[in-house]
Write a protein that binds this ligand. Sequence first.
Ligand code: NDP
Ligand code: 2IT
Length: 460
Amino acid sequence: MKVIEKVDETQIQIVKDYVNHKFKIVEERNAGELEFQQAVKEVFDSLVPVLVKNPVYIKQGILERIVEPERLIHFRVPWVDDEGNVKVNRGFRVQFNSAIGPYKGGLRFHPSVNASIIKFLGFEQILKNSLTGQPIGGGKGGSDFDPKGKSDLEIMRFCQSFMTELSKHIGPDTDVPAGDIGVGAREIGYMFGQYKKLRGAYEAGVLTGKGINYGGSLGRTEATGYGLVYFVDEMLKGKGLSFNNNTVVISGSGNVSIYAMQKAIQLGAKVVACSDSSGYIYHKSGINLDTVKQLKEVESKRISEYVAIHPDAIYVEGCAGIWSLPCDIALPCATQNELDKEAANLLLSNGVKAVGEGANMPSTQEAIDLFIDQGVLFGPAKAANAGGVSVSALEMAQNSARLAWTAQEVDTKLQEIMKNIYRECVKSSEEYGAPGNLVVGANIAGFVKVADAMVSQGVV
Ligand code: NDP
Ligand code: 2IT
């Protein structure tokens, strides 16, 4: 607050104009890449007070540099399906920023993947990874390959072809991919096998999210969902609230969603709904997580099948409707822009107290503005879902040290990391004149560390 009061209004206006001008250039240079523009706009808008206080970032061209990937690799992924047909997908890896460590971030396999999606995710990852306090830069990758309906052998052939090209660009000290939508332990296993074969060496730290028997970390599978709940728990505690006896709605039914449900239930919450891209289930007395796990993790079925096993639950076609359900806590854990203004208004009218983003950029800017204006506790993705990449960094540390920590050790570290991220976000929000606004707090706390490293390292 002090900062804002001390500087004169003209100075703030000059910086606002500067930021708007720089954003206009981002729009022009990344025409049509709406998700990327959305991610950059939110961050730039948060940074005005930081730039007022630190004109060195302007002089050093940090905004111009941070939005330009150090490298964007785009490649052909040819593979052969079970009928012998040749298929071609697009592969991507954005190596966005290496100021504070090797590029680090997941791989997404989903038909919607394009350069805009990969760049928005990679850009978010720079600041998220900085917030974790671990030495990891920002990267992301993936393919427009659709794993749905593919046989295990097709998945393996695709992963091998994808890695044949990707292997030229990654390594334990350069770039360390992991999972994201459509990429779990199975895909990481196939990619690791191919990388190892091509390299002729056992470089365990080249990928994270590996199986426990070949270099993976205990707790990585659960980390994003658990970390999200730990973060939201901190927000709730700040207002004298908790998960206990509260009703929770969680979108998605993949990795993040399932382990967010598990931890929320452990903390005494009643989780009443989850979804997939086809629709959502509502089980008023509380979702049976074992059934969800069996359907999704074991049988790869649709969430609609849940109601055949639990006839007192209902299934509704269309995933967006999940936000019309009454709840105290909402955790969007499926995909970007899944929670819009209309959904936010519905949640508000039902008295939602806290929203924590498990997915990356799941709320539109209008939805975020509504939550913040109405005083709802809001945990932005780059802070709230940072538990996954944090434990990935712990996996890298274990691989480097050639040892393995217990599940308890990893979980204790994860809890400390999430609490620390929360504290850093609160501190920055207060220091820069937006107390309690964790969107601003996360953007600033993540940015300052990267920007300072970029200044120290010169114009590279
Ligand atoms: P999964 O592939 O395990 O699960 C994704 C879930 O979201 C599925 O239920 C899927 O439904 C649903 N979903 C995916 N795309 C859409 C869509 N376009 N519309 C509606 N629903 C959709 O992925 P994760 O759980 O790993 O990832 C979920 C989110 O969390 C993503 O935003 C990801 O970037 C983010 N995240 C993941 C981390 C991780 O460690 N895995 C870490 C931090 C963030 P369906 O089965 O029908 O496709
Ligand atoms: O969005 C994310 O943070 C992830 N998908 C996890 C990245 C990682 O490297 O573990």
